[in-house]
Design a protein. Structure first.
Length: 415
């Protein structure tokens, strides 16, 4: 039997060598040629997962028998896998998604085995599918989009884009499980250019299937004075970029994507105005979160940003009592960190507009300061002064409103 390093580990190291990048290569994956399941088990490997994949008994690295795959049904599940010991390294590499992911390395000599010219594609910064087997796994449409978001200087080969469109148009993406789609989306959100992920999915007609509520935003106009970029889809991508610049949290980036979903359902006769889009957006955020089974913190932040982002933008003009109501609605007393994330997302919304990128967002400073000062007010002082029952809450609220008013007085109104 022979073993080779494969996949992301080889790709990342070759990128560093050929392009001078400094990617920390992830865990090592191995492919085993000329062996069998029983031989692997005899050597102490443990079998994991559905495919002939094993874990090394000591270091727990993944070792997989070389295999070929043939599609037998729709979507991701219908596969016939052949892992007989005669499957060659080249055959195994040919079933892999992209040429840059289809290289192997001999661990003894360091030699790179590169039958599909992955090195050349790295040098030319091209994401190119390895073989016709690409279409056999629809998840690859999302993977390519994710790699485009990660390696943002790379372009997708035109012939690969054609294959991606073909997969989307054939309805194959509908067979992907929500878990796999969600995993790809959340991991794309942690890349440096997540907006590229969504733009690529749009380009190959996949976004309409994967996330129709988001896709609906392209072509929906906004009033030009607030949105020189006009299109809500373009605006949303700009907000995502700003959110990415301001924070590494994927919850914030997800909320940025969801904040204007309501604009996609504004009645045509009301355009380009979007009254009540914050409320109209709420069920669409819920639908999106249900579909992707997002963890609760994603849903909570996205709903709050969707409903209250305009309140944040208008903070300098709002009455102090309205600001206090906003704080109560946002539950800032119990969730101060979520409130910070809310403010960052609102700032991203304000800056994610053509020509507005460098504008200050004093609203966040005001609200941030106001919450911190309001948090210092507690019942103790009022109890000591003989106030009881319901009146305590009222006294706390009154004091908080006065504090907010004093802070507002110190803030300049925007021009
Ligand atoms: N749908 C898939 C998933 C994986 N692979 C192959 O399996 C390897 C390992 O997959 P995985 O660990 O999921 O991804 P990586 O390419 O290592 O990328 P990442 O850094 O995102 O984990 C890939 O390089 C690729 O050769 C594939 O061809 N098609």
């Amino acid at each position: 039997m022979k073993v080779y390093l494969v996949g992301g580990y080889v790709r990342d190291n070759e990128m560093n060598r050929l392009l001078g990048t400094t990617i920390t290569a992830k865990d090592r994956d191995w492919v085993v040629v000329g062996s069998t399941e029983s031989e692997m088990l005899k050597q102490g490997f443990n079998r994991v997962g559905k495919f002939p994949v094993f874990l090394h008994p000591q270091n727990k690295e993944e070792w997989a028998l070389a295999r070929t795959e043939k599609k037998t049904g729709n979507g991701y599940k219908g596969f016939e896998v052949d892992f007989n010991p005669n499957v060659t390294l080249e055959e195994d590499l040919s079933r892999r998604d992209l040429t840059i992911n289809a290289m192997a390395q001999n661990p003894d000599t360091g030699l790179i085995i590169d039958p599909y010219n992955g090195k050349t594609d790295i040098q030319n910064k091209i994401l190119r599918h390895t073989s016709p087997a690409f279409v056999e796994d629809p998840l690859r449409v999302l993977r390519v989009a994710r790699f485009a978001a990660r390696f943002n200087e790379f372009t997708i080969a035109p012939e690969t884009m054609v294959e991606m469109q073909r997969i989307a148009d054939a309805g194959e993406l509908e067979y992907l499980t929500p878990e796999r789609v969600s995993q790809e989306i959340l991991s794309a959100l942690s890349e440096d250019h997540p907006e590229i992920f969504f733009n690529v999915l749009r380009e190959c007609n996949a976004l309409a299937i994967i996330w129709p509520e988001l896709n609906a935003l392209w072509g929906i106009p906004n009033p030009v004075q607030h949105h020189p970029e006009i299109c809500t889809g373009i605006h949303t991508m700009m907000v995502l970029q700003q959110a990415t610049r301001l924070s590494s949290k994927t919850t914030i980036r997800f909320a940025a994507l969801c904040h204007d979903l309501g604009k996609g359902v504004t009645p045509k006769n009301e355009l380009p105005s979007h009254k009540r889009h914050e409320i109209r957006g709420l069920p669409l955020v819920e639908t999106s979160c249900n579909r992707f089974k997002t963890p609760n913190e994603y849903r909570q932040l996205a709903l709050k940003v969707c409903q209250f982002h305009l309140h944040s933008h208008r903070a300098l003009e709002l009455k102090s009592s309205t600001i206090l109501t906003l704080f109560n609605q946002l539950d800032v007393w119990r969730k101060p960190q979520e409130f910070e994330d809310f403010l960052i997302t609102c700032e991203a919304d304000a800056k994610g507009r053509l020509g507005f990128e460098k504008r200050a967002y004093p609203q966040a400073d005001l609200l941030h300061l106001a919450v911190n000062e309001c948090l210092k007010v507690n019942a103790k002082k009022f109890v000591e002064n003989g106030i009881h029952g319901k009146l305590i809450k009222e006294a706390i609220n009154n004091e908080r409103v006065s504090i907010i008013q004093a802070i507002k007085n110190n803030f300049d109104k925007p021009n």
